[in-house]
Design a protein around this ligand. Structure first.
Ligand SMILES: [Fe+2]
Ligand SMILES: [Fe+2]
Length: 248
């Protein structure tokens, strides 16, 4: 697994990867590239789908691979991490390994060059402006849309509450359609929600990182101009990407 190029100057440095889909056969694939992480980044974000089926055994593989690093590791879960209805156990195993798991919450990493605030939610689908589901009709449809609304609301609250120099939104589902190019149009409503993008735009966020769209592309922007990056491993094809974020 290759390492990204070093960030040359004094900006805050955010490393991120998603969709590592760990199981026994993946253990050891990322670790060599993570050994030099502190030289390249101030924090590592894991953008969900850390496991294949959300089992505690797979979560222990995540803990082995991403625990005990020399920079703080902050994660959100993805839809795969919920599949076995064991997300609480998965979260506990990651936390025990020192990996902070965010769901509607934020945390601040202090560095010598400033404080990086990270707020995270898994997020949910629903689609994008002009092509999205609305809370109309059957209760199942309303429940689907309300789930996305609650997730976006909790992201906005967590972002707003951060006391920091740069603000980063971490989600599994995509906040914009830009980073889905390459995915079939028909599944966009299951890949993200514009409500997440609205939360990001409403809160002075500097960078948004997500995963989930394995066949998407890396770069996008919210309607408000915030940089969005799809860090799903099949997209970035390296152990992690590093983004420099300048203090405002
Ligand atoms: Fe995935
Ligand atoms: Fe996913």
């Amino acid at each position: 697994m290759t390492e990204p190029a070093e960030v040359p100057d004094g900006a805050l440095r955010v490393a991120a990867v998603g969709d590592v889909h760990m199981d026994q056969d993946v253990v050891g694939r990322y670790r060599p590239a993570l050994a030099s992480l502190a030289e390249r980044a101030d924090v590592l974000l894991l953008a969900g789908d850390l496991t294949r089926h959300g089992t505690p055994d797979e979560a222990r593989c995540v803990a082995t691979e991403f625990g005990g690093l020399d920079v703080p590791v902050i994660a959100v879960l993805g839809n795969h991490d919920y599949h076995s209805d064991a997300e609480a156990d998965v979260t506990a195993i990651l936390k025990e390994a020192g990996i902070e798991v965010l769901e509607g919450a934020g945390t601040v990493v202090s560095t010598g060059r400033g404080r990086i605030g990270v707020a995270g939610v898994k997020g949910f689908g629903g689609g994008f402006a002009g092509r999205c589901a609305t809370a109309f009709g059957e209760p199942e449809t309303k429940a689907f849309v309300h789930t996305a609304e609650r997730s976006a609301d909790s992201l906005a609250k967590a972002l707003r509450a951060l006391d920091c120099d740069v603000r980063v939104a971490l989600t599994h589902y995509a906040p914009v359609p830009d980073t889905l190019h390459g995915e079939p149009l028909e599944i966009y409503p299951f890949l993200g929600s514009h409500l997440l993008g609205e939360a990001i735009d409403a809160t002075g966020t500097d960078l948004a990182v997500h995963g989930h769209a394995h066949a998407g592309c890396e770069r996008g922007t919210t309607p408000g101009g915030v940089r969005v990056r799809n860090v799903a491993h099949p997209v970035i094809r390296q152990a992690y990407s590093v983004f420099r974020v300048e203090r405002q």
